[in-house]
Design a binder for this molecule. Structure first.
Ligand code: PLP
Ligand code: COI
Length: 346
């Protein structure tokens, strides 16, 4: 076990702090190179690199934790590897082998073990794998060269106030087109969300809820997390997209299983905004690696005013139970019966 860094872990927000090492691997001449750890947190690229012009960039996000027994673990890295490969295929980028992806996560987290926040601190080490076109392109086409990197940084809660319910708004803009790229994790999906994000913040909201762009009648997800709802019968309702434009959140997929393990009924189906307006749901939460489960107390826009009865002033009972169960599995306090927790080192 290494000595941890002297950091006020409990005061961390969600921001970047360079650690000891990053992972880097280059793709050229049709194959990936060896890959290595580097203390250099900067990147030098050609002015004509594809990333700058046609935005070939994809990323992932997962967290490493110090478990109750002091070991360092992460959660379902195989699913991040698979989703990154799906994202790569959609943007004509080379896939990075899934086993190598997991080994790279292990190597970079191990090299930064002193930066993994201690058990019980409420913080974790955010792991950000990403890949971009480093080769020159001037006409519109995929590049021939790429770089895969992983940076790590210790983080606290994504939303200020931690587990206190947030108020979100409904974006006037769309996040993902039918048959577009909403179901992959590409930087371009976030670039176009920045303007509505800034607008939401300027108006005092924590996040944007996006509607399906075809009809603007179904709820899809927020800028950085999927949504979960609890109906009046106590069932967990998980919005689905007719047009496959929701990012397949690993946290959401895990929580569906956790809820079923806890004996809850789970319904995955398209959900109309009008159902929320009609007060059909008593709790709402945003789920994702960064968000974990952040309770939503209210959704407000010019013509929409929704208050979730059981989760308005403080997190509701279902979101609280799901959050506690998931985080206890991640930290080894509850048995991991699904083989989700991946041990990095003691
Ligand atoms: N939806 C979007 C748009 C996201 O950016 C994220 C974050 O990764 C999620 C959902 C949650 O996905 P996951 O649970 O895999 O982190
Ligand atoms: C994550 O949850 O890992 C993400 O990538 C979401 C991002 C908005 C921070």
């Amino acid at each position: 076990m290494v000595d941890k860094k002297d950091i006020a872990w409990g005061e961390l927000g969600f921001s970047y702090m360079p650690c000891d090492a990053s992972y880097v691997c280059d793709y050229a001449d049709g194959s990936w190179g060896e890959g290595r750890l580097t203390p250099d947190h900067t990147i030098t690229l050609s002015e004509c690199a594809g990333i700058f012009h046609y935005c070939q960039e994809i990323f992932e996000g997962l967290k490493a934790y110090t478990a109750q027994d002091g070991s360092i673990v992460c959660f379902r890295p195989d699913l991040n590897a698979q989703r990154m490969a799906d994202s790569a295929r959609r943007l004509c980028m080379p896939t990075f082998d899934e086993q190598r992806f997991i080994e790279a996560v292990k190597a970079v987290v191990e090299a930064n073990a002193a930066w993994v926040p201690p058990f019980g601190s409420g913080a974790s080490l955010y792991v950000r794998p990403y890949m971009f076109a480093s080769g020159d392109v001037i006409g519109v086409r995929p590049a021939d060269e790429y770089q895969f990197r992983i940076l790590v940084t210790p983080v606290g809660p994504y939303f200020k106030g931690g587990a206190k319910p947030i108020t979100i708004t409904i974006a006037d803009y769309d996040r993902a087109a039918p048959r577009g790229t909403g179901n992959i994790k590409a930087g371009l999906n976030y670039a176009m969300s920045l303007y509505p994000y800034e607008q939401a913040h300027a108006n005092g909201y924590a996040e944007n809820l996006y509607l399906d762009s075809q009809t603007r009648s179904y709820v899809e997800e927020t800028g950085g997390a999927n949504i979960l709802l609890v109906n009046r019968e106590g069932r967990l309702v998980v919005p689905r997209s007719h047009t496959d434009s929701i990012l397949p959140s690993i946290t959401r997929r895990s929580l569906v299983t956790v809820a079923q393990d806890l004996g809850m009924e789970v319904i995955e189906r398209p959900v109309l905004l009008s159902e929320l307006v009609a007060n059909d749901f008593v709790e709402c939460g945003l789920c994702g690696t960064a968000a974990v489960i952040s309770p939503v107390g209210r959704i407000e826009s010019e013509d929409v005013h929704v208050e979730f009865e059981d989760g308005c002033e403080q997190a509701g009972p279902v979101m609280t139970r799901l959050r506690e169960t998931l985080t206890a599995i991640q930290s080894g306090e509850i048995e991991d019966t699904h083989g989700w927790v991946y041990k990095i080192c003691d």
